[in-house]
Design a binder for this molecule. Structure first.
Ligand SMILES: Cc1cc2nc3c(=O)[nH]c(=O)nc-3n(C[C@H](O)[C@H](O)[C@H](O)COP(=O)(O)OP(=O)(O)OC[C@H]3O[C@@H](n4cnc5c(N)ncnc54)[C@H](O)[C@@H]3O)c2cc1C
Length: 499
């Protein structure tokens, strides 16, 4: 390894692993340190009593971006992972009806006509408008904002009219649909960013577009398999991943990063450091005071996504639910507003249920099935809940609403294995700043060049990857953050960038 540039990556989440795969392929000497005993971070597995759950991500969108990252690392994702394109993509449960959402236009139009007669006429105009918006906006998500000229490039300037400035996704969908429930089918995706559809910038109407255009995928064994495959690529490319190894702080000489000190006192010297630990956590815990460009006071002024209350249920039967289910609270807007104002509407919550067993028999023991339940709740900056007392109560109420809204009769009696994660645990056990599981909010004032930069400003040799930097907090954008930061790092160290 003599002569090779040394890189330490803190965190083996999707961001750190993407950077690791690419940098090892470019010949750098990469060490990834990960505090947990397995790779993946929030995109890791939760294995207990014979069941294997995904901790976090369950929707793989824009699969071609994942494929691109494997290709940039000299591998093919298909050699490691078995993908299934889901049909229908998901079922939406309203108070008095449901809608199966398909990525084939004909089937989607028919389903809209069945559930919301007349609204099927909005589908084509929506797809046409958002296809155009996507073509203008996506290049802005792919590039870095490390200099004035890259910022004010021609593609950025021509994209400005397509940002729908001053309009929310709900406003934008009003151009295509009239029924509020039909609009929800194309705007609830704001929740992927941990935001309210009534606040989320209209530009994000492209999320529903690319679901319909490109589909949603499941990976056999769960989406955590993606992280395991990425870790394997890092190792095969010659990198090393040190699990159960916590970084304590980044070491500096002046304002230049020179390595990382581990919790056991070991020092790993490096030419550059990549931080994948949750952004707020990294800024407050891993960078020395006086050096961190985002001290606590500045971080407190930022806006954050909501948090999530999670239930992972192993069952002794299979209720036959579709793969992805989104259940809207009867008072959906009231429920969403409450979450962002710091409250929990316990008797009328919105929730998401994933029945992986619908498409994958490998994740549960024979004859059994599993349900992954996600309830959006306030993050710990706005919410003052005492999770010790709220947890058992909320669990009971959510199970009762699952029984009622999804027809899961006798659900409680069929639970044979169970785990939960509360906002407090996201913060304390997973190092997620203020328990905001989807990181910094995606308001216009926290996007593109206004989001924390991939090459950290005011210091040298520190690069950020993951949901807290540009372009954002879903898997495809996190993969792009790993690629963008890897390119910047190579540019700074004079390492040729391979195609
Ligand atoms: C419940 C939930 C559901 C989600 N669903 C989806 C979905 O369906 N689709 C989608 O695209 N996205 C989804 N996301 C969003 C996002 O894709 C994931 O959260 C993703 O895992 C974030 O990746 P990351 O690289 O930013 O951070 P992380 O996955 O959190 O990785 C950071 C890593 O850094 C490690 N670390 C932290 N501090 C240290 C330290 N001091 N030393 C060493 N290691 C450290 C952590 O242990 C962790 O492994 C979801 C998120 C959550 C929480």
């Amino acid at each position: 390894m003599a002569g090779k540039k040394r890189i330490v990556i803190v965190g083996a989440g999707p961001g750190g692993l993407t950077a690791g795969m690419i940098l090892t392929h470019r010949g750098l000497d990469v060490t990834v340190v990960e505090r947990l005993e397995r790779p993946g971070g929030r995109n890791g597995p939760l294995v207990f009593d014979g069941f294997s759950f995904d901790i976090g991500p369950t929707f793989l969108m824009m699969k071609h971006i994942l494929d691109k990252m494997f290709a940039l690392a000299g591998h093919s994702s298909e050699d490691y992972l078995k993908f299934t394109r889901l049909s229908p993509m998901y079922r939406l449960h309203y108070e008095d009806r449901h809608l199966d959402v398909h990525d084939e236009d004909e089937r989607m139009r028919a389903e809209l006509a069945r559930a919301f007669p007349g609204e099927e006429r909005g589908l084509q105009p929506f797809m046409d408008r958002e296809r155009k918006r996507f073509a203008y906006l996506w290049p802005c998500f792919e590039k870095d904002y490390s200099s004035f000229t890259r910022y004010f490039s021609r593609d950025f300037i021509s994209a400005i009219p397509h940002f729908a400035i001053g309009r929310s996704v709900i406003d934008v969908l009003g151009d295509s649909f009239t029924d509020e429930r039909a609009k929800l089918a194309f705007t609830f995706q704001a929740k992927y960013l941990g935001m309210s559809p009534w606040v989320c910038p209209g530009a994000f109407a492209i999320i529903a577009f690319f679901e319909h255009e490109l589909g949603i995928y499941h990976v056999e064994g769960g989406l955590s398999r993606i992280s395991e495959a990425m870790a394997e690529v890092v190792r095969r490319n010659g990198g090393s991943i040190r699990l159960s190894t916590e970084a304590k702080r980044v070491l500096f000489k002046g304002r230049r990063a020179v390595g990382v000190e581990l919790a056991d006192g070991t020092r790993l010297m490096a030419d550059a450091v990549v931080l994948n630990a949750d952004f707020g956590h990294a800024m407050t815990r891993l960078l020395p005071k006086g050096v961190a460009p985002y001290p606590s006071a500045k971080l407190k002024r930022k806006k954050y996504s909501c948090s999530t209350f999670m239930l992972y249920l192993g069952l002794d039967k299979d209720y036959g639910l579709p793969h992805h289910n989104i259940v809207f609270a009867k008072g959906y807007q009231k429920n969403v507003d409450a979450v962002f104002e710091g409250g929990v509407t316990e008797d009328d919550v919105s929730f998401y249920v994933r029945n992986a067993s619908a498409s994958d028999r490998t994740v549960s023991p024979p004859g059994k099935s599993q349900l992954y339940v996600l309830v959006p709740v306030p993050n710990r900056m706005v919410g003052r809940q005492d999770w010790k007392t709220l947890t058992p109560r909320l669990r009971e109420k959510v199970l009762a609403q699952m029984e009622g809204r999804l027809g899961l009769k006798g659900l409680s009696e069929h639970i044979v294995a169970e785990r939960m994660i509360t906002p407090q645990q996201w913060e304390e056990d997973y190092n997620v700043f203020v328990g905001a599981t989807f990181n910094l909010a995606h308001s216009l004032d926290q996007m593109l060049s206004l989001r924390p930069h991939n090459r950290l400003e005011k210091v040298k040799g520190v690069y950020i990857v993951g949901g807290g930097t540009h372009p954002g907090s879903g898997l495809p954008t996190i993969y792009e953050s790993g690629r963008i930061s890897a390119d910047l790092l190579c540019e700074d160290l004079g390492v040729p960038v391979k195609g």
